[in-house]
Unconditional design. Structure first.
Length: 411
């Protein structure tokens, strides 16, 4: 008996380092997957502890608060086992059986394999538990009845599907998983119908989010805005490229997620989005002032008055201060709302990879008349955006009326 016990002890002793190494590898993998799944962006309030919840997520049905997903047993997910965590992640089912609101992107995560869910859970168990309750989501009737989500989930909960991988490269297939499942890009870049479900027949064609446009990610539309695979990979990794910088809701995605992904995964995402092979990126030539509309010609002076000090007189931008107007993807959007919102709201100081910074851009909502704003938009879009359409003052006023209240704008 003693000899048997000795052998068992020896076996356990030999196996322990292997088991510990496996657990450590799982945690490291889970940390990477949690970053790729962008968990921190929605579960961390501005200035708050990581994963402690409290971030207000504005929806058409009311404000939903990101929950505490630290290992706190009272306020977080410390009591969840792997099965319960997998159900929350892929089915939108809480440990107590209640339905989660689809602000939690289980509609995309439902395609996540169990081993990825277990790895993410293993990582979250290692973060510091925060003993603080997140604000309770309280929506108005009937949206506060979580039981009603059973029917919604039956209709829309598993709408996201991966396309056939036949004949596709390994990079394309990996990119599809990173974009459609882990990155859940379609949750913002797909329009939604009245029940709040993604319109899958218009997948990745763009969606409205707090008054801004999450633009189309279709390959032809990306190429029309000047994107190629290298620039798109660079944009995801560094938050900036020749096409501009990330701002608004995409800045936290860069800060918490994409800048930490490895180069092969970023390249795979670009390969999936642009296709293999990718369409040729459209190259624009600047339009001479005398070829622009009268409104755009007037807008040149407004540009010199309020923009040129940072973006330079000829739109070349200034390193570490302001992006270039030449080739800027926001100017090349057919829908002018993002450009309008940026001019009116401004952008806070942004910290990118390494020591790269962009200085804050002030808003000019109270400094430009409707006519001046329209002229400036026409100048920017016609001169550097390849847009021939002429915006009228009434078009701009309509977009201004559609702007969300200040408390609903991007965090």
């Amino acid at each position: 008996m003693n000899r048997l016990l000795s052998r068992l002890a020896l076996a356990v002793g030999l196996a322990a380092p292997v088991l510990l190494a496996h657990a450590d590898d799982q945690v490291k993998r889970g940390e990477y997957l949690a970053r790729a799944a962008d968990c921190m962006a929605c579960h961390t309030a501005s200035g708050g502890a990581p994963f402690a919840g409290g971030l207000p997520i504005v929806s058409p049905f009311g404000t939903i608060y990101g929950t505490n997903i630290t290992p706190s047993k009272e306020h977080g997910i410390g009591l969840y086992n792997d099965d319960e965590f997998f159900a929350a992640l892929t089915e939108g089912k809480r440990r107590d059986g209640a339905n989660l609101y689809p602000a939690m992107p289980y509609t995309s995560y439902h395609l996540m394999p169990r081993e990825d869910s277990d790895a993410i859970h293993a990582y979250l168990k290692t973060v510091e538990p925060i003993e603080r309750a997140a604000p309770v989501t309280s929506l108005s009737f009937p949206f506060n009845v979580r039981l009603g989500l059973m029917g919604w989930n039956m209709l829309y909960g598993k709408d996201v599907k991966l396309a056939s991988a036949e004949g596709k490269s390994e990079a394309f297939k990996r990119g599809e998983y990173m974009v459609e499942v882990l990155g859940h890009c379609g949750e913002c870049h797909t329009p939604r119908g009245l029940p709040g479900a993604m319109q899958q027949d218009k997948r990745l064609t763009g969606g409205l989010l707090n008054g801004y446009l999450a633009p189309s990610l279709l390959a032809t539309d990306l190429a029309a805005r000047g994107w190629n695979q290298q620039d798109l990979s660079t944009f995801l990794k560094h938050g900036m490229s020749a096409q501009g910088t990330m701002f608004n809701e995409m800045f936290p995605v860069f800060h918490n997620s994409t800048q930490g992904l490895n180069d092969p995964d970023l390249a795979a995402m670009a390969t999936y989005l642009l296709g293999d092979p990718a369409p040729a990126a459209k190259v624009l030539t600047e339009v001479p002032l005398d070829k622009m509309s009268p409104s755009a010609q007037r807008g040149r002076q407004d540009y010199l008055n309020v923009c040129a000090g940072c973006h330079a007189p000829n739109g070349e931008g200034k390193p570490h201060i302001a992006v270039a107007m030449r080739g800027n993807t926001t100017l090349r959007l057919e829908d002018p709302r993002n450009l309008l919102r940026v001019i009116e709201d401004g952008i806070g100081e942004q910290k990118f990879a390494g020591f790269e910074r962009m200085q804050p851009m002030p808003g000019f909502a109270d400094k430009l008349s409707h006519e001046q704003l329209t002229d400036l938009l026409n100048y920017l879009r016609q001169g550097w955006g390849g847009q021939s359409a002429e915006l009228a003052v009434s078009d701009v006023q309509k977009l201004q009326a559609d702007a969300p209240p200040a408390e609903h704008k991007a965090h």
